[in-house]
Design a protein around this ligand. Structure first.
Ligand SMILES: O=C(O)[C@H](O)[C@@H](O)[C@H](O)[C@H](O)CO
Ligand SMILES: [Mg+2]
Length: 403
């Protein structure tokens, strides 16, 4: 099982994706997702210059040892660029191990804990009516859970809402960062009306989620959590920037609205106080940023001790490789909550053939050995990299704010 070759493939079928391919002497290969939206080429350099040369000749079956070699061995631990690179190696090695065992990845992890994986869809509108129309559409498609985001009167652009009605939402929409404007006051006054309207129109059973995208202070998040309690959200996501884990103590003291966090985290240490103090309910880190299967299952196990469940990040800026591995993880992990689902474009799906299926609001895992996702390298070449940046956000007086 010696690693004989490894290389990075950058492709842009509508948006940028970075994929690591690891090949063994026997010809068995595995692939991992190394995409870090808006910072793609930093991970490419990290892999090509510092990781790949040290991988060649190593035993691909020693996943645990290679993980620590790349994490401890680098001296410079953690961080999104390092961890995206480590994750890609880890996902590719688990793919190889499962292929060599002739098993779908979920079997190697311990087998099925459930038959299907519940997902939530994005429903966004320029205003509340527009958002309700999207919810209606997604309920008809079979979704049991929807994330609702709507424009706020007086704020020209808002997180999560597509530029034009009916278009897909793509945050990295310009070569250099676009500038958005934000008003916490306008948002806080408006957003509870959105949940009231959703409950009024769709009743109590639909799971309703919302993403604050790190824009509030703890006391503002507490106010929002309290205000939306009558609409019993499935979760309120990223209500504050979370470098300071203590912030969640204050929010938790004020509200019973469930809290999700962690799409920008990449280590168990980012979560430790949050989980051990039972300040959160869902962990969001995707496999491609949280150290792959090896590290994310440690985080999930820690979370499980405290009744915290998984709710993995699943936007279009994670490739089908990450999503495919997530469907295996979600099928196995005992403390599963929900999986985000933002459908990839047909061009992306064509570059990454896969055997997970979407049916009636759920993902169904495939039975092919490995994680079930491949890359069509010839097709990938037809879509060259294009620089794309995430936006920045400013308060109405010009102060740079959290995006
Ligand atoms: O909950 C989500 O899906 C996220 O917040 C994304 O939409 C991020 O903004 C994006 O992944 C940044 O690259
Ligand atoms: Mg989010």
């Amino acid at each position: 099982m010696k690693i004989s070759d490894a290389y990075v493939i950058v492709t842009s079928p509508g948006r940028n994706f970075v994929t690591l391919k690891i090949v063994t002497e026997s010809g068995t290969y595995g692939i991992g997702d190394a995409t870090l939206n808006g910072r793609e080429m930093a991970v490419v350099a990290y892999l090509e210059e510092h990781v790949i040369p040290a991988l060649i000749g190593r035993d691909a079956s020693r996943i645990e040892d290679i993980w620590h070699y790349l994490y401890r061995g680098a001296y410079w631990r953690r961080g999104p660029v390092t961890m995206a690179a480590v994750s890609a190696v880890d996902l590719a090695l688990w793919d190889i191990k499962a292929k060599a065992a002739g098993m779908p990845l979920y079997q190697l992890l311990g087998g099925k804990s459930r038959e299907q994986v519940m997902t939530y869809a994005h429903c966004t509108g320029r205003d509340i009516e527009g958002c309700l129309a999207e919810v209606e559409k997604h309920v008809k498609l079979g979704y049991r859970a929807v994330r609702v985001q709507a424009g706020v009167p007086g704020i020209p652009t808002i997180y999560g809402v597509a530029k034009r009605e009916g278009e897909r939402y793509e945050p990295a929409d310009a070569e250099l960062p676009a500038e958005h404007v934000w008003s916490t006051e306008k948002y806080l006054n408006h957003v509870p009306k959105l949940f009231a309207a959703v409950r009024e129109r769709f009743g109590d059973e639909l799971h309703v989620l919302h993403d604050v995208h790190h824009r509030l202070t703890p006391i503002e998040a507490a106010r929002l959590g309290k205000a939306v309690e009558p609409y019993h959200l499935f979760w309120l996501e990223d209500c504050v920037p979370a470098e300071n884990q203590e912030s969640f103590r204050l929010i938790r003291q004020h509200t019973t609205t469930p809290l999700a966090v962690g799409e920008v985290f990449n280590s168990i240490h980012d979560y430790r106080e949050l989980i051990e103090n039972q300040w959160i309910d869902y962990i969001r880190t995707p496999l491609s940023h949280g150290g792959g299967i090896t590290h994310m299952r440690r985080i999930a196990d820690l979370a499980g001790l405290y009744h915290v469940r998984t709710g993995f990040h699943g936007p279009t800026d994670l490739s089908p490789v990450c999503l495919g591995a997530a469907v295996h993880f979600d099928t196995w992990v005992p403390n599963f909550g929900i999986q985000e689902h933002m459908p990839h474009t047909p061009e992306t799906d064509a570059v990454f053939p896969h055997d997970y299926r979407f049916e009636d609001g759920h993902f169904l895992v495939g039975e092919a050995p490995g994680h079930g996702v491949d890359i069509d390298e010839a097709m990938a070449k037809q879509h060259p990299y294009k620089r794309a940046s995430l936006p920045v956000n400013r308060l109405e007086d010009g102060t740079l704010w959290h995006w």
